[in-house]
Write a protein that binds this ligand. Structure first.
Ligand SMILES: [Zn+2]
Length: 131
């Protein structure tokens, strides 16, 4: 699968560092993979950290590694990307929810649990909420 990882750059956005695209991305295009060590839910609870991506009820990706630039994708209440699980449920890919402009920040919806527990208490800083 052809991904766009080398067309992306990390820079300062609305909510701290964010991930931006250098080129126009078509709707539904595959953008990049959320990479890291696949660990059990139990191990994830033991480690903690901000970059845990839940695959299913058993496994989690620990995406804290520097090469995992997908960890810079910030939450938005009106995102331009979404996460898709591979059929074997071992990989996560981000795809474009709509056409994305060159130099636009990539965002996805972190989901209800993360939003309620982590974002809501400090206030959401996405473009929808801060306008
Ligand atoms: Zn928001």
């Amino acid at each position: 699968m052809k991904l766009l990882s080398d067309q992306l750059k990390v820079k300062r956005g609305l909510a701290g560092l964010g991930l931006f695209t250098n080129k126009i991305i078509a709707r539904e295009e595959y953008i990049l993979e959320y990479t890291g060590e696949v660990i059990t839910e139990e191990e994830a609870n033991r480690r903690g950290g901000k970059y845990l991506f839940t695959l299913n009820e058993k496994y989690v990706i620990d995406g804290k590694g520097r090469s995992n630039i997908a960890r810079y994708i910030n939450h938005s209440c009106k995102p331009n990307c979404y996460a898709e699980l591979s059929h074997d449920e071992k990989q996560v890919f981000f795809r474009a929810e709509r056409e994305i402009d060159s130099d636009e920040e990539l965002t996805c919806d972190y989901g209800e649990v993360y939003f309620e527990d982590i974002i809501k208490p400090i206030g959401c800083r996405c473009s929808e909420c801060s306008r």
